[in-house]
Design a protein around this ligand. Structure first.
Ligand code: N01
Length: 499
């Protein structure tokens, strides 16, 4: 993108060096913005793919689609890339683009306050930074959710959350329990069933699973793609076309696609699980896609192994020896794995974020976690969220979504640079209109089909994008100047959400 003539040259802080932070740093530089500081709390980049190292960790979006559009990767080992190779991919892209050396590692942002037209940041290293813009690229699913089960702390064996995998413990011959049967658990179970002694899977709610066969790419497959970015891009577009016209449509109101997905998930269960009693216990009572569809080809095989048992009686408490279910049985365990998901609404917190006139993010979001077009927050000028509320599109590539957001953010910054916007701040009215529009779309989605999942907020409203991919691109194609403040408001009482 060309720098606007006579334009201001802003300073930008990017918080987080995961997939979105790296992307934003690249795109800012392409726009001629050189004064960019990337702050990363950990000692390595990669976000999700740095933190999740559990056995079986892989991406359930096809690898050739789960890449930046400008940097296809011919080297993927499988159709569904393994976590470690995705992490290596982001490292490689950041190195190639000269981003890695610019990241300030082990430096968490502790406070981020808007004062006199600038953002002032303090970090865990005791450093102070003042910038024009802040991009919060802190990810969605990075705060592990520990289950609220009585006695959890009393367990005397080894226990950990899947996002904090303990690689020091060898599961061979051990009595292992795992709580949860979401996307993560299914990947873990598929893997550790082969290595553990006895494995007990504690399932609270069954899940619908679609089997998309994995495929190992041969040396010949890889060689045919090396040096051919256009061929890689075409492959990515093909996968995107399929996903948009199947999964994405199935969950956002298309009856035909939903019928097809339902048939596919039910058929998978019927064909994969032989024992009717086990099959019945694995059968959900809610529509396919209501919870995030699980794409997996290992779980059903694993759950039928001799050393694996499915426990569907509710967990009553945890004791020193293991898990006590409501039928009074104590399941004695050496290891307890918590595949219990994440807190999806924490976003940049625990960072102390304060916008205009000291408005804190906790106040702004006290009634509801909402944003304008997922990216901007009224009361927080020149502040952008990557993968903010209502970004996710069920079973689609978050990289593709982030690229759309990054382009939109750059267009907004460009307006500021050209003096067309005094600050980049969505109005409260625009945010309300946008969220009314989202609410309208939610009615047609399958997420309101009566299940519980991280897709839903405290009011039971889906925190997802309820329309098509094409609509998402259209909404973020061009900023609408009428939705942004035209004059910097005078000092006033903080903008609080309406009661
Ligand atoms: O977490 P989840 P996840 N007692 O919230 C159970 C992404 N992801 O880490 O269904 C008993 O889906 C809970 O039970 P229930 C993807 O977006 C992507 O698996 O609430 N059980 C459920 O079974 C995904 O959606 C990839 O009744 C309890 C499980 O724990 C997201 O991460 C791979 C419980 C939590 O499932 C989260 O997936 C993996 C309790 N107290 C993950 N509390 C890719 O490949 C919770 N549970 C891209």
């Amino acid at each position: 993108m060309q720098q606007a003539s006579n334009s201001k040259n802003p300073s930008v802080a990017v918080i987080g060096a995961g997939m979105t932070g790296i992307l934003m740093a690249i795109k800012l530089r392409e726009a001629g913005i050189e004064d960019v500081t990337i702050l990363e709390k950990a000692d390595q980049l990669g976000g999700t793919w740095r933190e999740n190292t559990y056995p079986g960790v892989a991406c359930d979006v096809p690898a050739h689609m789960y890449t930046y559009s400008f940097r296809g990767n011919p080297e993927w080992s499988h159709r569904f890339a393994r976590g470690s190779e995705i992490q290596a991919y982001f490292q490689q892209v950041a190195d190639e683009q000269g981003i890695s050396g610019k990241i300030r590692f082990n430096e968490a942002v502790e406070t981020c306050h808007y004062v006199d037209g600038k953002w002032q940041l303090t970090t865990s290293q005791g450093n102070f930074l003042e910038v024009d813009f802040v991009v919060s690229a802190t990810g969605i699913l990075h705060h592990p959710a520990y289950p609220d089960i009585k006695g959890l702390d009393t367990f005397q064996g080894k226990m950990w959350h899947t996002a904090r995998w303990n690689h020091d413990v060898d599961l061979a011959g051990k009595r292992v329990g795992i709580i949860g049967t979401g996307s993560t658990a299914c990947q873990v179970i598929g893997e550790i069933a082969r290595t553990s002694g006895e494995l007990t899977v504690f399932q609270r709610t069954p899940q619908w699973i679609i089997r998309v066969p994995d495929k190992e790419y041969s040396e010949r497959d890889k060689a045919s793609l090396r040096g051919k970015q256009e061929k890689l891009a075409a492959l990515s577009r093909r996968y995107a076309f399929v996903l948009r016209n199947t999964f994405s449509k199935a969950v956002t109101g298309s009856k035909l696609q939903h019928a097809y997905m339902s048939w596919s998930a039910k058929r998978n269960l019927r064909k994969s699980v032989r024992d009717p009693e086990l099959r019945a216990r694995l059968t959900p009572d809610y529509p396919v896609g209501c919870k995030r569809l699980i794409i997996n080809s290992t779980f059903y095989d694993a759950i039928q192994r001799e050393n694996v048992s499915l426990e569907t009686t509710a967990i009553e408490r945890i004791c020193e020896q293991g898990v006590v279910t409501s039928d009074g049985v104590t399941h004695e365990l050496d290891v307890l794995i918590l595949a219990t998901g994440f807190h999806p609404f924490n976003f940049m917190r625990p960072m102390d974020l304060r916008g205009r006139n000291g408005l804190s993010i906790d106040e702004a979001w006290s009634k509801k976690v909402q944003a304008y077009r997922s990216v901007c927050l009224p009361g927080f000028p020149n502040f952008f969220l990557m993968l903010g509320p209502n970004t996710p599109i069920g079973n689609y590539s978050v990289i593709a979504m982030s690229e759309v957001q990054a382009a939109y953010i750059l267009k907004l910054i460009d307006q500021w640079r050209a003096g067309k916007l005094p600050v980049v701040e969505a109005t409260e009215a625009a945010k309300r209109r946008f969220n009314d529009y989202l609410r309208e779309g939610m009615k047609n989605t399958v997420w309101v089909g009566g299940c519980q999942s991280w897709y839903l907020d405290d009011d039971g409203d889906p925190a997802m994008w309820p329309y098509s991919w094409q609509q998402w691109e259209k909404e973020l194609q061009q900023p609408d100047p009428d939705d942004f403040v035209r004059e910097e408001p005078a000092e006033q009482e903080p903008l609080r959400p309406a009661a």
